[in-house]
Design a protein around this ligand. Sequence first.
Ligand SMILES: [Zn+2]
Length: 368
Amino acid sequence: MNVPSADPAVLTSSADRRTLCLVREAKGWTQRELASRANVNQSTISKSENGLMELKGQALRAVADALDCPPQLLTHPAPLLGLDVSCLHHRRRSSRLTVASKNKIEAVAHLSRLSVENLLSGYHEQTVAVERVAELDPPDPVDVAADVRGRLGLAPGPVPNLVAALEHAGVVVFERPLGSSAQDAVSSWPHGSDQFPLLIVNSGLSGDRQRFTIAHELGHVVMHRIPGEDQEAQADQFAASLLAPPEQIRPALTGLTTAQFRRLVELKPVWGMSVAALVRRARDLGEISDRQYREFQLRLTSLGWKTSEPIDIPAEHPTTLRNVLARRLAAGQPVADLARTALMTESSFRRYFPIPTRCGALTAENGA
Ligand SMILES: [Zn+2]
């Protein structure tokens, strides 16, 4: 384990009870599991998380070591919890996500946001060009997507590089393993003039899935303040309209029949959307009937395309964070310092963050 040497002053402070709980949940561990790994009593963990005792000194060190984090993270006075759960959104493959893994993803999102904010601080002052929909308006996802396309400065037609357009507009995209294939992304945009939308996307997604996921998350942060019932469908509609506005893609889908899979396979790289998403688009725009849509679903299943489609769309890789890390390294901050800034151990920092090497290539640990 690679724990930065703790400043003795840190060990005299006590862990923040909510931060402790969050870091434990980000590991997906129960209190009992953490106690056993840290070789402390379970009551030490439970009392510390309930504010009934102070976790400091050697016990703090032992718990931090078990959690593979610096004690400084545990004693961090929870500004991360100013980020309340209502501004977190998930793109998940429904039903596969248990409550424990939902808590884990949320904890990972809070902690990642803390690290990213600390790393960007002083190095990334960019005005956010997208705007939230006014609170009381029920959003029409198609109109909102058209407005967002304007703010992103997108030309009519397919979006060649969605991630680049978003980063140019001050949206931060962070690609990292989320530890579960049941979850594709999680996003947040806390209120405050200096806050930016952060979209955390699971690494290893296919390019078409990644683009739709990112567009979906953008829909959430722009349209939704408090999670609610219709929001998944609204975010999907937003994503489809952002990537393929109705009147721009309609001519390509007019007259589509189930004999024309080749046509869909040709459209896939043009629009950067999966065949499945194009078929949904055709149905939503009324270019195919519900009956045809069901036929398409049967054909997609029999072709095996529900699990693996032909034609790979290259994934898009964000550069904002990587460039800031490169500037910090060039300014003489070693990786160990960057890890401390991110409140992480150096080993887990190297695992999750895109650290540029001297020649500009990425270290390869980020692709898990
Ligand atoms: Zn969603």
